[in-house]
Design a binder for this molecule. Structure first.
Ligand SMILES: *[C@@H]1O[C@H](CO)[C@@H](O)[C@H](O)[C@H]1NC(C)=O
Length: 431
């Protein structure tokens, strides 16, 4: 069992017929977690119905900028730093009293051309890496609860991804990055973040080795972020998720689910929405079962701004709120596992009261999550989850439209062009 704050425990005991928590964050904190949060970013922030719910701190005590702290946004030209868009999200977190998870410093995607097409030596690229980290982390010093320092260093088989970082610097780039981040903001929690490490297997083991590598180099790592881009019917059971979390905690680090969503074939069916609810509840439950699991971040809260339909053709409905901002069974499922629904039937009132109703027509891009493909559990067939090429799909602004191993549509919506940033990442941007 987790530590329960005394005030909450008393409140529960004193009036068990009342809802103990008005939302996901409140309920998570009552169970001893630090936060429940959501990704967001600049495009959707112009939708006031959206921002009304985003700043509902009963549900969200934490936010993550999906794109605007990434390298292409923060250092588009060498040593020319741009923090305008990242600051929008950092300022919003401060204004709302929400924790900020900062994301991310070193990744193989969304790198500007000057990085990917430069001819670097180990020494010159290490200088570039340290300079980027030092400047970005210093700019946000004191504002980030946590930084995803290195993102997705691993290929799906658990070997190192053949990124420019690995090719030029070797695995040493990882501890070097953590050292530079720690020097620039000693108080920020420093995370390694990846996908398909949510269940036991070669990739999870390899991520554990990364923790050991960083520690053995004498650098600081505080946590491992498990992205959690799951698929209905392919989300592992709660006990398997929890035992995998524990294998990281055993290395003396915190853990968090950092990009949680659960996609399904669209259109969504009532049966799949129910299964999705179970999946979300199992993930939240696994975090509750793990003493050093600090929190859960969903990869945006509404299907309206989910990355999923643009990345996995035929899939969607991956968030706990639908496109019209109505709560789905996944919301109730998480509230139930967080103990906010068990005291009384009357608690169900709490599920609908805080919902922001919205019918504002708005088209924009959502935060691009960091992973393109989440490997399923072994029981499923590949055809069920791999993104399928779809010539008809017109990709929205800021979504991926090409790059190494990308299998989705390459056709951008009207007014947009597919810009090749680097061999790994092409993005739809204004023509
Ligand atoms: C690059 O330099 C670092 C020291 O800064 C060293 O640890 C690493 O092994 C070198 N990598 C390669 C590929 O030589």
């Amino acid at each position: 069992m987790r530590f329960q704050p005394i005030a909450t425990a008393l409140a529960v005991g004193a009036s068990a017929h009342l809802a103990q928590a008005a939302g996901l964050h409140d309920a998570a904190v009552a169970k001893g977690l630090l936060y429940f949060g959501s990704a967001t970013d600049n495009p959707e922030l112009s939708n006031t119905a959206y921002t009304t719910q985003l700043k509902n701190t009963a549900d969200f005590g934490q936010i993550t900028p999906g794109n605007s702290q990434k390298w292409d946004a923060t250092e588009p030209s060498q040593n020319q730093f741009s923090f305008t868009k990242g600051d929008v999200v950092a300022d919003l977190a401060a204004a709302n009293g929400q924790k900020l998870r900062c994301h991310n410093l070193v990744w193989h995607q969304q790198l500007p051309n000057w990085v990917t097409s430069g001819s670097w030596t180990n020494e010159t690229l290490t200088t570039v890496l340290k300079n980027h980290i030092t400047n970005v982390v210093q700019h946000y010093k004191g504002k980030c609860y946590a930084w995803d320092v290195v993102n997705e260093a691993l290929a799906d088989d658990g070997s190192y991804r053949d990124s420019i970082w690995y090719k030029t610097i070797g695995e040493a780039y990882i501890p070097i990055a953590f050292e530079a981040a720690a020097a620039a903001d000693p108080a920020a929690k420093l995370y390694y973040n990846d996908y398909s490490i949510e269940w036991a297997g070669a990739k999870s083991k390899a991520a554990q080795k990364i923790v050991q590598l960083i520690k053995s180099a004498g650098a600081k790592i505080d946590g491992v972020g498990l992205q959690g881009h799951f698929i209905v019917d392919q989300t592992p059971p709660r006990k398997d998720l929890a035992s995998n979390l524990q294998s990281f905690v055993d290395l003396d680090v915190d853990v968090a689910y950092t990009e949680l969503d659960v996609r399904m074939k669209t259109p969504a069916t009532p049966a799949n929405l129910q299964k999705q609810s179970t999946s979300f509840a199992n993930v939240v439950g696994a975090c509750l079962d793990t003493k050093r699991c600090v929190g859960i971040t969903i990869w945006d809260w509404t299907d309206k701004y989910s990355w999923v339909p643009n990345t996995f053709s035929g899939y969607g409905a991956a968030c706990p709120w639908d496109e019209t901002f109505q709560k789905k069974p996944a919301y109730q499922g998480m509230m139930a596992v967080l103990g906010a629904a068990s005291a009384s039937a009357s608690v169900s009132v709490a599920f609908t009261s805080a919902s922001a109703s919205a019918s504002v027509a708005f088209t924009s891009a959502s935060a691009t999550p960091t992973s393109a493909i989440s490997t399923p559990t072994p029981s499923s067939s590949a055809a069920d989850f791999l993104p399928q090429p779809s010539a008809a799909a017109h990709i929205k602004a800021y979504f991926q439209c090409g790059g190494l191993n990308y299998k989705g549509s390459t056709s951008c919506a009207s007014g947009l062009v597919c810009k090749k940033w680097n061999p790994y990442y092409h993005q739809c941007i204004q023509a």
